[in-house]
Design a protein around this ligand. Structure first.
Ligand code: G3P
Length: 214
């Protein structure tokens, strides 16, 4: 059983929530499916996607209070979100803020994203729920990290586990086919983080069904 986290980013297609939620909710799979909707669409996903596990794309370390413009993790939790991505390559934040968020949001599952093995090692030492390594140059490329840079998956997983063996090791960037998924798991990853292949698929439900056959 592996984790498959579907980051919807802010692609225009990601706002077709009913289609995407159905695509996920109707899968019969042993894998752990997670959906990360955009912030503007989060309340709608929470209202319509009760049977789907939801993670935010970003949260701030503060809870409720006078924090104008912030995304309080506690507000996302109240909406029904189980956790959040953090420090995605498209939404980088300082490491001290990542640590603070992990410490403050103990009842929230944080998937801390790392661009490199070095960064993955640092983030794993903060003890998030998971660390996802994604080489930025492969994001959205359609060329999977497991194919283009298998050593990053292998060494990255080792580095995460060495820093903290309780942290789940995920990989992402360009993951597009069930072979990419299978290869990622073979190389030691406990799951994948992916976006464009799912969001932009003509038929996301069918695409996911095939993908999960890995
Ligand atoms: O968060 C997942 C993402 O950055 C990878 O994007 O489109 O290469 O699957 P994509």
């Amino acid at each position: 059983m592996a984790i498959v986290a579907l980051n919807l980013k802010t692609y225009e297609e990601s706002f077709q929530k009913t289609k995407l939620l159905e695509a996920v909710a109707e899968q019969e799979t042993e894998h752990e499916l997670i959906v990360c909707p955009s912030l503007p669409d989060s309340p709608a996903f929470a209202a319509e996607g009760k049977e789907v596990r939801l993670f935010a794309q970003h949260v701030d370390p503060n809870g409720f209070g006078a924090f104008t413009g912030s995304v309080p993790w506690s507000a996302m939790k109240r909406l029904g979100f189980e956790g959040s991505l953090l420090n995605h390559s498209e939404k980088k934040i300082p490491h001290n803020r990542i640590r603070e968020t992990i410490e403050n949001a103990k009842e929230f599952k944080i998937i801390a994203c790392a661009d490199t093995i070095e960064e993955a090692k640092i983030l794993a030492s903060f003890a998030p729920w998971a660390v996802a390594i994604e080489p930025p140059e492969l994001i959205g490329s359609g060329v999977s990290v497991s194919k283009a840079k298998p050593e990053i998956v292998k060494e990255g997983v080792k580095a995460i586990k060495k820093a903290n063996r309780n942290v789940k090791a995920l990989v992402g960037a360009g993951v597009s086919t069930r072979e990419d998924f299978r290869k990622s798991l073979e190389l030691g990853a406990e799951g994948v983080l992916l976006a464009s292949a799912f969001v932009k698929a003509k038929d996301p439900k069918k695409w996911l069904e095939e993908f999960l056959e890995a």
